[in-house]
Design a protein around this ligand. Sequence first.
Ligand SMILES: Cc1ncc(COP(=O)(O)O)c(C=O)c1O
Length: 279
Amino acid sequence: MSLESANVPAADHAHLYGDGLFEGIRIYSRKVFKLDEHLRRLYDGCRFLDFQMSMPVAELKAKILEICAESGVDSGYIRLNVTRGTGLGLDPSHIDPEPNLMIMVTSLALYPPEAYETGLTVVSTSYRVIQSDSLDPRVKCIGRYAANILAKREANQLGAGEGLMLNQQGNVAECTGDNIFIIRDGEIRTPHPSCGILQGITRDTVIRLAREAGLKVTEDTFTSYDIMSSDEAFLTGTAAEVIPMISLDGRPIGDGKPGPISKQLIAKFREETKTGSAF
Ligand SMILES: Cc1ncc(COP(=O)(O)O)c(C=O)c1O
């Protein structure tokens, strides 16, 4: 089915209230990257939000691989949405609880290719990540992204490549669609999940690759000061992949160029993208 002919019920609960979950997943050379990890996060989110997701994970995985094969896309991006169901009104007990599912296979380029060589400039935004006592940020809920879109808009207006979001305590959380890593004296730090981040699958992959390379990685709490006094920094995300960050609010990080450990991890990550679920 073409994208244009696909449709969603007008009273879909994510359409009405943002009451849905999504995953963005990469395809590299006819292999879906980290599909099991994305499905695990999706099903964890369904449990948390209490969606009546009756489709077994193996069936959804098979469906995704089938649609990828039909799409003719060799390298691209999958957008997977699951929503609570259909019906007007907030009360989940008054709606049809059959989740609406969308599997979209498309192409994606988040940042221009040269940004992977030159690095991204980042600015602090005025938007804080949502507090985990309102909605745990590990739940990739569609509705939570309105704040990230406003933060991205603010970064765009300032001419920056990305926008940094702090948490309510003023500690670093993440960028609008990416996790953040900093490096000083050869040691890597990234915000702990309790800082209010989406626990990114790319983040987890990079932590493992760095540790396998003998590098020390700490999941930690830190402020913008720590970013500005780092030797290197980089961002991770399915769409972003691994991309160097070269400044925060006009202050260069290190010498203002992508650093050697960032480059080493980018190379290791690119190797890792050769793995995945083939179709
Ligand atoms: C807010 C936010 N943080 C981090 C990430 C990175 O997560 P992942 O590596 O699982 O794509 C994303 C991307 O989906 C995101 O939207």
